[in-house]
Write a protein that binds this ligand. Structure first.
Ligand code: UD1
Length: 379
């Protein structure tokens, strides 16, 4: 009965921690839900892709489309052209896309025009900032999705405002947090991560207080002036406590092109290459504060109860502010310095765990898809 598979798509780093619990839930479902895992190859460095597959226990993809980097148009178009024959050949029951990266939109668009139902995991998040490429991807993917699984309460009114029928929207919780809860006990100790990446004084650094920084949004790193502000913020922070900074390839290339890599290190910012999932989880768990512009880290710090300063003017994940440990600080140097001082003296913002961030979101997704795609059709 259930022979046509769910075509699961991943492309970029933040997709991997979302798909891992989903494919596991498909395998553990009784009966198992058939699926094919397709990697678009948007991220291709070992550290941005293979390492995360290994850390998260994701089975090797059935196929890698190997699109790699390019302009948004080139990358999106390449994914579209290469996914089309895969959809034709797999005859899937539906296509399942996660998050908001270019691969998400590209695959949803092709499937939708072929009449293949689109399932969007992490639907309805809105920053209301159309300068973010991800916001365009979110709005467009949701507009053509048939099933919209949401992570937080803000998503439903966002979707309703765009005319999306409420009966397509299902609040299941957060698969990203499924991954945190499944893996937190296996997280690597910060000392091991720092030593593995050749950071001098790894032992003493890891035992004391430290800030963990991750920054890669185009608005923060692509142009000289905002990147200079980010540089100053990292150096200010490093005067108060050591800063550990695993840099995304985009950020690394920009820092290098402006000639700022060495001075960052001279200012006691410990630069690391992109780290694995079990490494970042360990670094996050033990951090005194996290400085980030990542959507994922905003949620993960809320789940772990670690103070998070988000270097952005807005967030599509407002629950991390309303209930979690997150604070929006933009690139405001003095505001960030004030928050760091407060965190060092009083521990910073305390939050609570949002509804359904309980480690079982993927199970709810599997149950729903089984009922609606397979069991009800066979009945
Ligand atoms: C993408 C997502 C973003 C997500 C981020 C996480 C979109 C629009 N953006 O941004 O939402 O937060 O992934 O990492 O889909 N590069 C490498 N090796 C890689 C991948 C990228 O060197 O494996 C470099 C390339 O120079 C590339 C640049 O990083 O041009 C940007 O990569 P791209 O996939 O276009 O976007 P991200 O910034 O990674």
């Amino acid at each position: 009965m259930a022979s046509s598979p769910v075509l699961c798509i991943v492309g970029a780093r933040p997709n991997f921690m979302k798909i891992a619990p989903i494919v596991r839930a498909f395998e553990q479902h009784n009966p198992p839900i058939p699926y094919r895992l397709i990697h678009t190859g948007q991220h291709y460095d070992v550290r941005m892709s293979e390492q995360l597959f290994a850390d998260l226990g994701i089975p090797a993809p059935h196929l890698n489309l190997e699109v790699h980097s390019g302009s948004h148009a080139q990358q999106t178009a390449a994914v579209m052209a290469r996914i089309e024959p895969v959809i034709d050949e797999s005859q899937p029951s539906c296509i399942l896309v996660v998050g908001d990266v270019n691969s998400t939109l590209a695959c949803a668009l092709v499937a939708s025009k072929k009449g293949v139902p689109v399932v969007h995991v992490e639907a309805g998040l809105r920053s209301y900032d159309r300068a973010m490429p991800e916001e365009i991807n979110r709005v467009l993917t949701d507009a053509i999705s048939d099933v919209l699984f949401t992570t937080e309460a803000s998503a439903l009114p966002n979707l309703q405002r765009e005319g999306i029928a409420e009966d397509k929207v299902i609040f299941v919780g957060n698969v990203m947090i499924d991954s945190v809860l499944q893996n937190r006990e296996h997280a690597l100790a910060p000392q091991a991560t720092l030593a593995a990446h050749g950071v001098a004084d790894a032992a003493s650094l890891a035992q004391g207080r430290y800030a963990l920084a991750t920054l890669h949004r185009p608005s923060n790193v692509d142009e000289e002036q905002p990147l200079r502000q980010v540089f100053d913020i990292l150096c200010d922070t490093a005067q108060k406590l050591p800063v550990i900074f695993p840099a995304h390839p985009r950020t690394h290339k920009k820092l290098e092109s402006f000639g700022w890599l060495t001075s960052l290190q001279e200012n006691h910012v410990h630069l690391l290459p992109p780290v694995g999932y079990l490494e970042i989880l360990g670094l996050m768990q033990h951090a005194t504060v996290v400085l980030t512009d990542s959507g994922g880290l905003q949620e993960e710090t809320t789940a772990l109860g670690v103070p998070c300063l988000t270097v952005r003017e807005n967030t599509e994940r407002p629950i991390t502010i309303e209930q979690g440990t997150n604070v929006l600080v933009g690139r405001d140097r003095s505001l960030i310095a004030q928050h760091i001082a407060e965190i060092l003296s009083h521990g910073g913002k305390r939050g609570r765990i949002p509804a359904l961030w309980d480690g079982r979101a993927a199970e709810r997704i599997a149950d729903h898809l089984w009922r609606t795609l397979y069991a009800e059709r066979a009945a």
